[in-house]
Write a protein that binds this ligand. Structure first.
Ligand code: PAF
Length: 303
């Protein structure tokens, strides 16, 4: 297949022959991207990996999963402004497009769409998707409007790409649950896959935000994973409620300089209802969020 001829300003001219040689198509124009998809669809399943860039091994595991299942693997790179409740967080979100493209090409991605904000939101959106309960707990409680923005952009990407399968990371488990509901309720004919979180050797969940941690903060950040492990241990021993466990791990956070625990919750893994203890046979999940310095991190562990 011929490399894309979109004509754009983002990839420096010097790098274009590189992407052309390995046949990864890059688009920043929606129309050209649609034409590519129309020509490609008959080859077999199209897999979509939606991202906000600043890619790491976690994203690449999604690409690998898509590569295994699909004839065509598409990634989107778009820092979606409507899902940021904090403008400073949006401004500081790492943007590393050149490096992202090299990683995607290496991982065997076939095409990347990196649209402008104007292309995705030609007019300020009046759509406000609410989830009546699913979005005002956990992340939703601390990031009002976040899941409305995520739902909107994912619906746009689903309509744009019309993938057969879409891939999301387990680290954003509440997001995955909400997108599952979105897919069911809006009747998208798309299968969803939730891919296991990839961790650093010390257990810290891979995240684009880790790039913003200085070396000391990076060391302290492991407190989130350790708290989850300790909490799971307590639950498996059947002794403590989540309230007791929260008190127990509060000490870990006081000892880790510059960290702040926002929440540690236990939930039913199917419907994300918050629970106090795990009943036998109920698949559950521990979810945690907080800060290291100014950087907000989340993580979770199945129980
Ligand atoms: O998980 C993310 O990176 C984003 O929330 C997503 C799904 C790409 C939507 O902007």
């Amino acid at each position: 297949m011929a490399p894309s001829q979109t004509g754009h300003s983002i990839i420096p001219l010097s790098l274009r022959p590189f992407y052309a040689a390995i046949k990864m198509h890059f688009f920043d124009q929606i129309e050209a991207f649609r034409a590519f998809l129309a020509a490609t669809r008959s080859a077999g399943h199209v897999g979509l990996v939606p991202t906000m860039g600043a890619l790491h091994a976690g994203h690449l595991s999604l690409i690998q999963a898509a590569r295994t299942d699909c004839a065509t693997v598409v990634a989107s790179v778009f820092v979606n402004p409507t899902q940021f409740n904090n403008p400073e967080d949006l401004a500081k979100y790492p943007r590393t497009l050149e490096q992202d493209l090299a990683m995607l090409a290496d991982a065997g991605c076939d095409a990347v769409i990196a649209p402008s904000v104007n292309a995705m939101y030609p007019t300020p959106s009046r759509v406000n998707i609410r989830w009546n309960g699913l979005d005002d707990i956990l992340e939703g409680q601390f990031r009002p409007g976040h899941f409305s923005g995520v739902s909107l952009v994912v619906a746009k990407l689903f309509n744009l790409v019309r993938p057969d399968i879409a891939y999301f990371g387990q680290k954003d488990f509440q997001q995955f649950k909400i997108i599952s509901r979105l897919t069911d309720e809006l009747m998208f004919d798309i299968q969803l896959r939730c891919v296991e979180t990839v961790r650093e050797p010390d257990g810290l969940a891979m995240s684009s935000r880790n790039l913003r941690l200085n070396p000391v903060q990076r060391q302290e950040a492991v407190v989130f994973f350790r708290a989850l492990q300790q909490a799971r241990q307590e639950i498996l021993q059947g002794r403590k409620s989540i309230q007791d466990i929260r008190k127990l791990i509060a000490g870990n956070f006081s000892a880790a300089r510059g960290t702040l625990l926002e929440y540690l919750e236990l939930a039913d893994r199917e419907n994300l209802t918050l629970i106090d203890r795990v009943e036998a046979q109920t698949p559950a999940i521990l979810l945690i969020a907080g800060y290291v310095g100014e950087v907000r991190l989340i993580d979770n562990l199945f129980v």
